[in-house]
Design a protein around this ligand. Structure first.
Ligand code: FAD
Length: 445
């Protein structure tokens, strides 16, 4: 189909994760009316876990008109308490009540299904513009320019060749789009094992109700982080405080021993309890409430910074180009920043030539890449600080916690709770920056 105006462009999105859903919705909201989303899974995929809804994320959700519904079930994060895993001693409390006013948006936590569901509902309201193809996988990409051409395969059907004006690869950390793009550019695709894995668990209020200490945790409007050598746990209530969400980080032993390249697996409750056996009774009791068979483990992998996120009329989005460790709670938020910026730059192209599309996507890369990669590095640093074992560095870290506890302000070694880090992350309005910088950057890329 000929595209005479930018909004006529046929845009194909691979993956309906947070980045793909947000991209589809952001583009539809800017008037694009020919959007196809291909998703390998039969539905929205595994969403049984909590997620941080930081102000930079919910500012975007608000602009897309879906925040109000998501917010209804989300829980405010008014404070965080960082504690020794073994003793439960509080290293420092950090007051986060000021965030809502300072950044005009709150920091909340929610259920992934409510976030993904909210975005999907927004997309369904644009069903004249967005078409979903579930159970359909990207298999290969034949060309990136002048028009992307690729092959998808419905689970029970024959492969289909597709040609479009813009291809967005939001196909996650194992991205085929990225693999093919790098292959074409002669660059090695280097997924990096972090040596860490994460258990993700959810416990119902009714299962915690009998235990007063655990009930206090459930009723808290805040996040608790228990830290120990090479391991930590982050926990918070979600779903109007009806579910307690727990995410752990520990050395990866199960996947490292696995013969294939699995990333997620049903895990053993006994192995999880053993991993945290020297943590305090509150932690052990809460972990023990998990029903057998409901423990899931994630292998945490990242990627070395890519030379580019754009090739021809194809761009990478989210974990496909900046997978991160979860210690700043920014992976999905950054995927949504990608989506918001892509929608701005494509809506501003002066014509529909492949050359203009490429330049616009380069503006996206210019606005987003350095920032996303800075946050990936910061998340890794924060993980290192949280996981310190005995030694000088830990003594210095714990001195910082002591100072913080005494003075009520100062540097927070748990970086997501640090006011200066928050200013850098939450104070950045990516949509506005893309709008403001488009003309200047488009002229020079
Ligand atoms: C333990 C843990 C805790 C986290 N906590 C937070 C948090 O609190 N806050 C936060 O912002 N982020 C958090 N994250 C990170 C966040 O989950 C990811 O960064 C985010 O989901 C990335 O979104 P995405 O759309 O790029 O990729 P994904 O969510 O991985 O989506 C990719 C999609 O593409 C599909 N796909 C893959 N290959 C193909 C193919 N060939 N064809 C078609 N479809 C395909 C997949 O099925 C999937 O649906 C956490 C991550 C982990 C592991």
């Amino acid at each position: 189909m000929m595209a005479t105006q930018p909004t006529d462009l046929h845009i194909c999105i691979i993956g309906a994760g947070m980045g793909g859903l947000a991209s589809a919705l952001a583009l539809a909201k800017r008037g694009f009316k020919n959007i196809d989303v291909y998703e390998a899974a039969s539905g929205l995929g595994f969403v049984g876990a909590g997620i941080q809804l930081a102000p930079n994320m919910n500012r975007i959700l608000d602009n897309l008109g879906v925040w109000e519904d998501i917010e209804k079930e989300a829980v405010d994060v008014k404070e965080t308490s960082i504690r020794q895993g073994a003793s439960d001693e509080e290293l420092a409390p950090v007051d986060l009540k000021y965030i809502r006013e300072l950044y005009s948006h709150p920091h909340m936590v929610g259920h992934r299904s409510s976030l993904a569901g909210g975005l999907y509902k927004g997309c369904k309201q644009q069903s004249n513009k967005i078409k979903f193809h579930f159970s359909t996988s990207l298999q290969s990409i034949q060309s990136f320019l002048p028009k992307p051409q690729f092959t998808v395969k419905p689970r029970n059907g024959e492969p289909i060749k597709v040609s479009c004006h813009v291809l967005l690869g939001s196909d996650g950390v194992k991205s085929i789009t990225r693999q093919r793009m790098l292959q074409e550019l002669g660059v090695e695709d280097k997924i990096v094992d972090t040596g860490q894995a994460a258990y993700r668990i959810m416990i119902k209020r009714s299962d915690m109700g009998h235990d007063t200490e655990l009930r206090d945790l459930m009723n808290k409007e805040g996040v608790t982080r228990w830290i120990g050598e090479k391991r930590h746990i982050i926990a918070y209530p979600v779903s109007s405080k009806q579910i307690y969400n727990i995410s752990t980080i520990q050395p990866d032993t199960n996947f490292a021993a696995a013969p294939d390249s699995t990333y997620t697996t049903k895990a053993s409750k006994a192995a999880m309890l053993k991993e945290f056996e020297d943590f305090c009774p509150n932690v052990r009791r809460v972990l023990d409430l998990v029903p057998d068979g409901e423990v899931c483990e994630w292998r945490l992998r990242v990627h070395s910074p890519l030379p580019t996120w754009v090739h021809g009329s194809t761009a990478l989005v989210g974990d496909a180009c900046h997978p991160t460790q979860p210690h700043l709670g920014q992976g999905a938020a950054q995927a949504m920043e990608d989506a918001a910026v892509i929608a701005v730059v494509l809506s501003k192209i002066p014509n529909t030539d492949p050359g203009s599309i490429k330049k616009a996507l380069k503006v996206y890369e210019k606005v987003r890449k350095e920032r996303a990669e800075t946050l990936v590095e910061l998340a890794a640093q924060s993980g290192r600080a949280l996981h310190l074992g005995e030694g000088k560095a830990k003594v210095e870290r714990d001195r910082e916690f002591e100072r913080l506890k005494k003075e009520g302000k100062g540097k927070v070694p748990d970086r997501w709770a640090d006011a200066d880090v928050q200013k850098m992350i939450y104070g950045f309005d990516c949509t506005k920056v893309a709008e403001d910088r488009f003309e200047e950057v488009f002229g020079v890329v």
